[in-house]
Design a protein. Structure first.
Length: 334
């Protein structure tokens, strides 16, 4: 049947209303989907191997975070390039609220100074969520090394040039930079051997592949308690309440060497603000739980928390503090 002018007048507004209703329905569904975040598992990438400090804190937090969000929180290890591989992966990931990163000093700050061609920019391609925790690095040697103090280690390096190697958790990590600065301050030499995680660095000491390391306490202290390693000093300005018997660098005669290994949760830069705020709030709540604090302390870590802005300011301050130190060591990578 051929449409009459009257039929066209009646049908045209009806079609317009139907199309408009469809568009509004789709928009409403999209808005509802976003407001319903999260509606599928959330992934937190750790740019180091299993058993590393960020891996440990990520798993402790994820266990409590999952029921609060109503979705599984999955930890994915993407080790490589001193933490740059996994950090860069998240920086390039979609900002849909389902990909996060828990990384450390090096990939989030120091490597912007060290690497001439870093594949991502943590200050523009990632956005801060929360400063999760921190810990002291502990300088340690094998128990049967004959070295019983930091002064003894320095003396041994001076008497045996070219015979000392040290392990780290990767190029540009605090575990490398702390030793590089120690070498500058004491006019000593040791070859840097990077590993994908602190447990691997410790294994290298026990196997005799390297002579010492200044790595997170979580990897060192079990071996110290087992009598296999000897802790010489902590990297923090004051003795850690978790390792009160270990002297500071200052107490060992090196007052200008102070540092803290920290771990922060980040998101791709395009992640919506409301999702970032929600994650910050939920993780702050998790970090305040007594059993979470206890678990972290058992691993020689201290929860920190705070606002998104706190982490943003902290990272900028870390850059201002460490940039001249890195430049002083002459550490650069193409």
């Amino acid at each position: 049947m051929k449409a009459t002018p009257l039929m066209k007048k009646l049908v045209s507004p009806l079609l317009t209303r139907l199309v408009l209703a469809g568009v509004l329905s789709c928009l409403g569904a999209a808005a509802a989907a976003q407001s319903a975040w999260p509606n599928k598992p959330i992934k937190i990438v750790v740019p180091y191997g299993p058993g590393s400090s960020p891996d440990v804190i990520a798993r402790i937090v994820a266990e409590k975070l999952s029921p609060r969000l109503g979705q599984p929180v999955i930890i994915e290890n993407r080790a490589g390039a001193g933490g740059n591989t996994g950090s860069g992966f998240v920086a390039k990931s979609p900002g849909d609220g389902y990909s996060f990163l828990i990384s450390t000093n090096g990939p989030l700050v120091y490597n912007t100074v060290i690497y001439k061609k870093l594949s991502y920019d943590p200050f523009t391609e990632l956005r801060p969520v929360i400063l999760a925790g921190g810990q002291a690095n502990v300088c340690a040697v094998r128990a049967d090394s004959g070295i019983t103090s930091l002064a003894g280690l320095i003396d041994a390096m001076k008497k045996n040039p070219g015979k000392f190697n040290f392990a780290s958790t990767g190029v540009g990590s605090l575990s490398q930079l702390g030793v590089e600065l120690l070498k500058v301050k004491t006019d000593t030499f040791a070859v840097h051997i990077p590993y994908a995680s602190s447990p691997l660095a410790i294994a290298a000491i026990l196997q005799g592949d390297v002579q010492f390391a200044c790595v997170p306490a979580v990897a060192v202290m079990p071996q110290v308690k087992a009598g296999k390693m000897l802790a010489l000093a902590v990297s923090t300005a004051k003795r850690s309440q978790l390792t009160p018997d270990i002297p500071t660098m200052k107490e060992a005669g090196l007052p200008e060497i102070e540092s803290t290994a920290w771990m922060a949760l980040m998101a791709p830069a395009s992640t919506p603000q409301d999702i970032v705020v929600r994650m910050n709030q939920e993780i702050n709540a998790v970090l305040a739980m007594a059993d979470v604090k206890s678990k972290l302390n058992t691993q020689f870590m201290e929860p920190i928390g705070g606002s998104i802005e706190d982490l943003q300011k902290f990272m900028q301050q870390e850059l201002r503090t460490m940039k001249p130190i890195i430049q002083r060591t002459g550490l650069t990578i193409d």
